[in-house]
Design a binder for this molecule. Structure first.
Ligand code: NAP
Length: 348
């Protein structure tokens, strides 16, 4: 029998849509992604990008700080409703994702640890095929596959992947090879600054290589990096080649100035790339309307409708602008309500 709702993806958008559709008794089936080496290497394992981060400071509802002081200092006198509050120290990305997953499971969401690799949107119900060979039919589909980190595309960069080249400081930064050594981070956005800040806990020095003379990162994060004693920002520079040997992996990088033709070599045992993202939409190519960067196009303002009726998109896979956990969760909720109303209108 065809599923009422299949959700593809397991970041905040996927779990928010699962929480809403399961509470609406639509018994959603979530394909949360497969635990393959390929997914690990490209950063598309289950639980998405938040599972690759540390503290999440800006997701509402998880304040950091000692709550006992807060309890005696503000708002109504009777705060008994806060007495058992379990969160006092904010929340980490992986923890937040597990909490969302658990919340979806609590309402009867079913989960397959598998990827969807093919879709047939011409059939009704829709037909989906998984990496493990499972075939599923669905009346509605919510696509919440998110986006993944980009690489520079240098041959030397691919050569040393897993030997010092990484796009995830939080996953790999604590490895012994990076301890007390100089490390390189490429990029100038919030991700690059966050990675540099995180790596500075282990490294002797972190070189942050940026192609311009001004960071793109938010002011507060940029200032933190500029003032950090262990972070050295290498302005107006791009990477010409990642240097290394088969025996030692990465040993440094040759960088090139963007203002003149000069080059120089930096010693480093790690090379972390943080230069933006690509949406995970390859399996949908030619089947849904997308923008020129491959992000799914919402076809109606304030709705999660895609170019195929009954297929909805939520989170970063359809958002190259806000890209926040809270906006992903918000559009996940919207997609769930859109799917629910679509099913009701069709009498399914
Ligand atoms: P981003 O904001 O798009 O920044 C990408 C950076 O990489 C830019 O500085 C860009 O340089 C540089 N870049 C791109 N392609 C490059 C190339 N081929 N060679 C060298 N440099 C290259 O991406 P992001 O940092 O991943 O952030 C994405 C979104 O997530 C943003 O909205 C950000 O605010 C958000 N985010 C928030 C947090 C947080 O609040 N804690 C943490 C991480 C991310 P140019 O500046 O010259 O374009």
């Amino acid at each position: 029998m065809a599923e009422k709702v299949v959700i593809i993806g397991s970041g905040p958008a996927g779990w928010a849509s699962a929480i809403y559709t399961s509470r609406a008794a639509l018994e959603p089936l979530v394909f949360e992604g497969a635990q393959t080496e390929e997914n690990r290497l490209q950063g598309t394992l289950p639980l998405g990008q938040l599972a690759l981060t540390t503290e999440v400071e800006n997701y509402p509802g998880f304040p950091a700080g000692d709550l006992s002081t807060y309890l005696t200092s503000s708002l109504p006198a009777d705060k008994s409703y806060l007495a058992d509050m379990h969160k006092k120290e904010g929340v980490s990305g992986p923890e937040l994702m597990e909490l969302m997953r658990k919340q979806a499971l609590n309402f009867g969401t079913r989960v397959e640890t598998d990827d969807i690799v093919d879709v047939d949107f011409d059939a009704r119900p829709f037909k989906l095929t998984s990496l493990a060979g499972k075939e599923v039919e669905a009346h509605t589909i919510i696509i919440a596959t998110g986006a993944r980190a980009n690489y520079l595309g240098l041959e030397s960069e691919s050569r040393f992947k897993n030997q010092g080249v990484s796009a995830c400081a939080v996953c790999d930064g604590a490895l012994p090879r990076f301890r007390n050594k100089p490390l390189i981070v490429v990029g100038g956005g919030d991700s690059a600054v966050e990675e540099a800040d995180y790596l500075a806990k282990f490294a002797s020095t972190v070189y942050l290589i940026h192609r311009r003379d001004e960071l793109r990162a938010s002011k507060i994060m940029a200032q933190r990096a500029i003032e950090h004693p262990k972070i050295e920002i290498v302005w107006n520079s791009v990477v010409d080649e990642v240097l290394g040997t088969d025996a030692d992996g990465v040993t440094g990088a040759r960088i090139k100035s963007t203002v003149d033709e000069s080059t120089r070599e930096l010693d480093a045992s790690g090379f972390f790339v943080a230069i933006g993202h690509t949406p995970n939409t390859a399996f949908l190519k030619g089947k849904l309307e997308m923008n020129d960067k491959g992000y799914i196009r919402w076809t109606t303002a304030q709705r999660t409708y895609t170019s195929v009726e009954g297929v909805f998109a939520a989170g970063d896979v359809a958002d190259d602008y806000y890209r926040q956990a809270i906006t992903a969760a918000g559009t996940g909720c919207m997609a769930a309500l859109d799917a629910e109303r679509y099913l009701a209108a069709k009498g399914i």
